[in-house]
Design a protein around this ligand. Structure first.
Ligand code: SF4
Length: 183
């Protein structure tokens, strides 16, 4: 599967935009773990796909850097204003559904190793099993957030045509599919 085909299929699955990115353009910074630990989103240590549950930041950054190729993608949705938390959650859930669609219809067809990262906490269950100290209910489907693996999404996106901000009263969420070979 060639990179252009992966890009096209991710857009066909419902992404607003998608673009190829190479390993030298990944911007990774271990300080993102401190931002996660500040728990602004409320999922730190409350979701199996979020820090600290996903593991040591330096090991995750090293893992990301083993993948030479990637495709960055995004969901853009409208919100009423910058205080529309409910609207942001709705777009976040739409992005989570897109991630599952991409996982099933695109990532499953890429030969070799892959790593698919999304954004924010896993939205698969109404309440993550971590909150009740039970094992993850869907370990094969749950996607970890880019930031949890140390991605500086704002600066990583600069290497692509994807804009970090897409207009007044919109919210944008990113995901990335990393892979070994695009043959
Ligand atoms: S699949 Fe469910 S239990 Fe597993 S990380 Fe996602 S929300 Fe939590």
């Amino acid at each position: 599967m060639k990179t252009e085909q992966i890009v096209a299929e991710i857009v066909k699955a419902g992404a607003f935009k998608a673009a190829p990115i190479e390993q030298e353009s990944y911007v990774l910074d271990r300080s993102f773990r401190d931002i996660c630990a500040s728990n602004g989103c409320g999922t730190y240590d409350k979701c199996w796909t979020c820090p600290p549950c996903i593991g040591d930041i330096d090991e995750l950054i090293a893992r990301v850097n083993t993948f030479p190729h990637g495709v960055l993608y995004q969901t853009v949705g409208e919100i009423e204003d910058s205080y529309d938390f409910e609207g942001m959650m709705e777009v976040g859930e739409k992005h989570a559904r897109l991630g599952q669609e991409i996982q099933a219809k695109v990532v499953a067809k890429i030969p070799g190793r892959t790593l698919h990262l999304s954004c924010g906490g896993c939205h698969l269950c109404p309440e993550c099993a971590k909150r009740v100290d039970e094992p993850c209910r869907h370990p094969d489907l749950a996607l970890a957030p880019m930031e949890g693996y140390g991605f500086d999404v704002y600066n990583t996106a600069k290497a692509t045509p994807l804009k970090y901000v897409n207009g007044t009263n919109t919210v944008t969420y990113f995901g990335i599919v990393l892979f070994d070979s695009a043959e």
